[in-house]
Design a protein around this ligand. Structure first.
Ligand code: HEM
Length: 389
C-alpha cells in the first residue's frame, strides 16, 4: 500500500511511524508525483512561518505538481498566494470577517444549535454527525456568507466528491464545474440584492474600489464556504465524541463551563481536522529538519503528526484538559496563512458541546464509530448516539 493510501485509513498510525523514523520523508503524493512530508512539531511550526516556502503554484517545478486543477476563477484564493497579493486580499477578507462579526453570531448560533437539538428530541437514536454537527456547521457559514437556505444541501455533497479517498479526477472536475456555476449565480444574486452578509460586504469592496478582481472575489467566496464547514463539522463531531467517550470528562464539563473551550482546543490538537497544511513550494533550496529540499519541490507539512509529537506533548494520544498551553497546537496553521475562520470554528464547537451536554445529559454512544477515509481531512463518518431521557 502506498503512503497516501495508508494515510487515508490510519493517518495517526502512519504519521507516528514516520515521525519516529525521521523528520522529513520522500513520498509519492496523491497525484502520483514525488513530494516531501515533514512530520515533527518544531519543523512543521518553523515551516508554516517560513517565507521561503511559497503557496503559489507558480513556484512548483514545471510538471511536478497537479493538485486539484481548479479553474482560474476559483484558484485566485488566499491558499494559492504569497505577499503582496496575499496581504491585500487577506486584509479585505479580514475587514469583512472580523472577530466582532463572529462574536455577534453567538446568540444566533446558540439558538440554531438549540433548534437542531429540539428537532432531535423526539428520537431515541440519532447520528450526531449527520443530524447535528454537519447541518449546524453548514448553517453557520451560510448565515455568515448569506447563502440562501434552499442551496445548502447542494454543497454538502461536494465535499465528499472532492476530498473523499475515492474521489476521481473526472469526478472532481465535474464537481468543480458545478461549484463554479453556483458561485457565479450566488454572487450575481448578491450584487443585485445586497444584504448584511459577508459576501455582500466583499462585493462592495470589489465594486467600490476595484481592489479585488472578479476572479479573486469568486475564489474567496469559494474558499470561505468550502473551508468553512467541513473542518468545522469535523471539529464539532470530534468534540462531541470526546465528551461522550469519557464520563469523568463530561462531569468536569458540567461542573465547570469554562472547561468547554479548553476541551475544544484539546480536541482540535488531538484530532487535527486538517491533517496536512496546504502544499508548499520552496522558492530556493531550503533545509528542513536537516534535509536539503530543492527549490520547486512539493512539501507537505503534517499538522496531525506535529500535534501528536511526543517531543512537544506529554502523552500526546490522550485527550485531557490539563495541558499548560492548550491553544498552541498547529491545527489552524500559523503565520500569515493562520486560519481566518478559527474564531468561528471555535465558537461553533463550544456551542455544540454546551447544547448537547445540557439538552441530553444522559446521551450515550451505542455503536462503534468509523472515520471517513481521506488524506486531507479527519472526520467521523457517523456518531451514533442514544439520547436517553
Ligand atoms: C476546525 C475548523 C478549521 C480548521 C481545522 C481550519 C484549518 C486551517 C488551516 C490549517 C489553515 C492554514 C493552511 C496553511 O497555512 O497551510 C487555514 C486557513 C484558512 N482557513 Fe481555516 N480551518 C477551519 C475553519 C475555517 C472556517 C470556519 C473558515 C471560514 C469561514 C476558514 C477559512 C480559512 C481561510 C480563508 C484560510 C486561508 C487564510 C490565508 O491564507 O490567509 N477556516 N484553515
Amino acid at each position: 500500500m502506498d503512503v497516501a493510501r495508508a494515510m487515508a485509513h490510519d493517518p495517526h498510525g502512519v504519521f507516528a511511524r514516520m515521525r519516529e523514523a525521521g523528520p522529513v520523508h520522500s513520498i509519492v503524493a496523491p497525484d502520483g508525483n514525488p513530494a516531501w512530508l515533514v512530520t515533527r512539531y518544531a519543523d512543521v511550526q518553523a515551516a508554516l512561518g517560513d517565507p521561503r516556502l511559497s503557496l503559489n503554484k507558480a513556484h512548483a517545478k514545471p510538471g511536478s505538481y497537479k493538485g486539484f486543477e481548479l479553474p482560474p476563477a476559483l484558484d485566485a484564493n488566499l491558499l494559492n498566494m504569497d505577499p503582496p497579493d496575499h496581504t491585500r486580499l487577506r486584509r479585505l477578507a479580514g475587514q469583512a470577517f472580523t472577530a466582532r462579526r463572529t462574536a455577534s453570531l453567538r446568540g444566533e448560533l446558540g439558538r440554531a444549535a438549540q433548534a437542531l437539538a429540539d428537532g432531535l428530541a423526539t428520537r431515541e437514536r440519532v447520528d450526531l454527525v449527520h443530524d447535528f454537527a454537519t447541518p449546524f456547521a453548514v448553517g453557520a457559514i451560510s448565515e455568515l456568507l448569506g447563502v440562501p437556505a434552499e442551496s445548502r444541501a447542494d454543497f454538502r455533497t461536494w465535499t465528499g466528491a472532492v476530498l473523499g479517498a475515492n474521489a476521481t479526477r473526472d469526478g472532481i472536475r465535474a464537481t468543480v464545474r458545478e461549484m463554479y456555476a453556483f458561485f457565479v449565480a450566488l454572487l450575481a444574486a448578491k450584487r443585485a440584492d445586497p444584504g448584511p452578509d459577508l459576501l455582500s460586504a466583499l462585493i462592495a469592496a470589489r465594486d467600490d474600489e476595484d481592489r479585488l478582481s472578479e476572479d479573486e472575489l469568486t475564489s474567496l467566496a469559494f474558499l470561505l464556504l468550502f473551508a468553512g464547514y467541513e473542518n468545522s463539522a469535523n471539529l464539532i463531531s470530534g468534540a462531541l465524541l470526546a465528551m461522550l467517550s469519557d464520563d469523568a470528562l463530561r462531569d468536569t464539563l458540567r461542573a465547570d463551563p469554562e472547561a468547554v473551550p479548553v476541551l475544544v482546543e484539546e480536541v482540535a490538537r488531538h484530532m487535527s481536522p486538517a491533517l496536512l497544511a496546504i502544499r508548499r513550494f520552496p522558492i530556493e533550496d531550503v533545509e528542513l529538519g536537516g534535509v536539503l529540499i530543492p527549490a520547486g519541490d512539493t512539501v507537505f507539512l503534517s499538522i496531525a503528526g506535529a500535534n501528536r509529537d511526543p517531543r512537544r506533548y506529554d502523552r500526546p494520544d490522550r485527550v485531557h484538559l490539563e495541558r499548560a498551553d492548550p491553544a498552541r497546537h498547529l491545527s489552524f496553521g500559523q503565520g500569515i496563512h493562520y486560519c481566518i475562520g478559527a474564531p468561528l470554528a471555535r465558537l461553533e464547537a463550544e456551542l455544540a458541546v454546551r447544547t448537547i451536554l445540557t439538552r441530553f445529559p444522559n446521551a450515550k454512544r451505542y455503536a462503534p464509530i468509523a472515520w471517513q477515509p481521506s488524506i486531507r481531512v479527519r472526520g467521523l463518518a457517523a456518531l451514533p448516539v442514544e439520547l436517553g431521557d
